[in-house]
Design a protein around this ligand. Sequence first.
Ligand SMILES: C[S@@+](CC[C@H](N)C(=O)[O-])C[C@H]1O[C@@H](n2cnc3c(N)ncnc32)[C@H](O)[C@@H]1O
Length: 228
Amino acid sequence: MLTERSKEKELLDLGSAYYSQNEYAHCQKMLFKINQLLGFFGNTYRLLKTFPANTSVLDIGCGGGLFILHLSQYLPTFQFIGTDISADAITLAQQNYQEKNSHNNLSFQLQHSNTLTQNENSMDVILSTLVCHHLTDDELIHFLQTTLKIARKAVIINDLHRHGLATFFYRLISPVFRNRLITHDGLISIRRGFTRKEWLLLLQKADIKHYQLKWFFPFRWRLVLWKK
Ligand SMILES: C[S@@+](CC[C@H](N)C(=O)[O-])C[C@H]1O[C@@H](n2cnc3c(N)ncnc32)[C@H](O)[C@@H]1O
């Protein structure tokens, strides 16, 4: 069943006919809690802290923006831009930004298509959390190559390990978050996730050689692409 990446679409990808705005906002809030619980947030913060004080970070697929809203508070001398292909995501990110009365080191922009249009070497770091599993293998190869061109220093990718134990535990735990999208889409996300072998093949196809791929408990990957 988990021998290859699922092609099933998440409700989030199907668009706003599949969820209410309240459900969506609650889902993004819970997603940030999950990012904290799984260690994506802390781990990314500790890595970013090793970069210079004036580092610029582009978060691709920022969702409701909470990940960089919190990073921008911990790293006030950094500059953050969040983009997402979903208009619902950017509207919510802007609302969250107003409500949190955040530092002015942060902005959000709607990404109008799958194609990234940022200039080469225009941002120090590209960050992308829980986005790669939304892409097909071919889209992902292109994404890895393009983000590496846009980055001056590194691309940080956080995503899920497709594993039977991960689906088993997620099925048990996710009802705690009381959100239909979190349970439904979370299980699909794991099934769309990656094995180490798949990452290595994707990186080989993308002709990327300077990288670090690390597995962390529980069932998550951090892939860092380094600019030469
Ligand atoms: C699971 S959410 C993760 C949101 C956020 N990064 C987080 O960790 O809370 C995935 C997000 O990626 C966005 N997304 C999917 N494909 C994308 C693409 N090709 N370019 C930009 N954003 C994309 C979706 O709209 C969605 O908001």
